[in-house]
Design a protein around this ligand. Structure first.
Ligand code: ATP
Ligand code: MG
Length: 285
């Protein structure tokens, strides 16, 4: 039986989340001891551990069927391999930064400046679209020190919180590209592998929906239920069960993680009591 080969980053900022995603999808495999290939015990999949920059090429050439990489690496690679699922982790941005003591006058500041980056393709595309004429110094790492040592006037690098920039005397002045981890796949796949990929994506969606939602239980007097139901943006109509205490009910529903703090304040005001918020393991919608 054929197996789907998935390439993930061996060591780095995507590795842990990629491994955790596979684990949460119920895929069990042995990892460790510097192994470069692992086979899952309970799902027709083989995992290749690679440098993230190499993954687009492996997928384009069909050595791996699918891969997990940052959109920044995908776009920079200029390979035409389709994104089959956005994964929502390792979100970051590519930004332009200049020494913090310089007053920033807007994008035209970059005209005739030297900008150091590991992302020459994304950056030159950005400058072209903004009609800026800057020269790009390509370096493969430690970009933040380029201005301090006189290699460049500015840098374009990955930013998540901005603290690395600050500690290197830089400030973020323009956001060039927004990235997150994505699942890419080679263009042509056998029906058998396509089927495995669909099963994998089905599991990934179930894991993500579960993470994004919580199960909520609360008690309320019956006469307040209507108002409470209006506040709860549940996926379906909520379940309502009578409590032993006369005139009271227990209401169960699902709410989105990112809204529950707002909703909870409203619910309390509307008369809800004993509110429980419970994580969901998997959610099939
Ligand atoms: P490799 O050795 O595999 O080439 P690398 O050093 O090129 O690794 P990492 O620093 O591990 O790459 O980053 C991998 C990816 O994680 C980046 O391409 C980006 O998509 C994402 N990423 C990088 N920095 C951050 C950050 N600070 N926060 C969130 N995501 C990030
Ligand atoms: Mg890399």
């Amino acid at each position: 039986m054929s197996k789907l080969k998935i390439a993930i980053q061996k060591n780095g900022r995507l590795s842990e989340n990629s491994l955790e995603l596979l684990k949460n999808c119920g895929i069990i495999f042995q990892n460790g001891g510097g192994k470069l290939i692992a086979e899952a015990h309970n799902f027709p999949i083989e995992i290749l551990f690679l440098r993230d920059d190499d993954i687009p090429q492996y997928v384009e050439q069909g050595i791996a069927d699918v891969g997990i990489i940052g959109e920044n690496v995908l776009v920079e690679s200029q390979k035409t391999i389709p994104v089959v699922e956005k994964l929502g982790f390792s979100t970051c941005r590519l930004s332009l930064a200049i020494p913090k003591n310089i007053t920033y006058s807007g994008l035209t500041y970059f005209n005739n400046k030297r900008v150091a980056t590991s992302y020459p393709n994304i950056l030159s595309h950005f400058f072209q679209s903004q009609k800026i004429n800057a020269s790009i110094e390509v370096i493969s790492g430690s970009v933040e020190i380029a201005t301090g040592v006189g290699l460049a006037d500015a840098i374009c690098d990955i930013v998540s919180s901005g603290s690395t920039l600050l500690s290197n005397g830089l400030k973020e002045v323009e956001k060039v590209f927004f990235s997150q981890a994505v699942l890419v796949a080679k263009a042509l796949m056998s029906p058998e592998k396509q089927n495995i990929l669909e099963r994998l994506i089905f599991r990934i969606r179930a894991v993500r929906s579960a993470k994004e939602n919580k199960y909520i239980l609360l008690n309320a007097p019956n006469k307040k239920l209507k108002k409470i139901q209006k506040i709860l943006p549940g996926m379906n109509s909520p379940t309502i069960l009578p409590l032993a205490q006369k005139g009271w009910s227990s209401l169960h529903s699902v709410i989105r993680e990112d809204t529950f703090w707002d909703v909870i304040d409203e619910l309390k005001l509307a008369g809800a009591e004993g509110i429980l918020i419970i994580p969901i393991e998997k959610m099939i919608v």
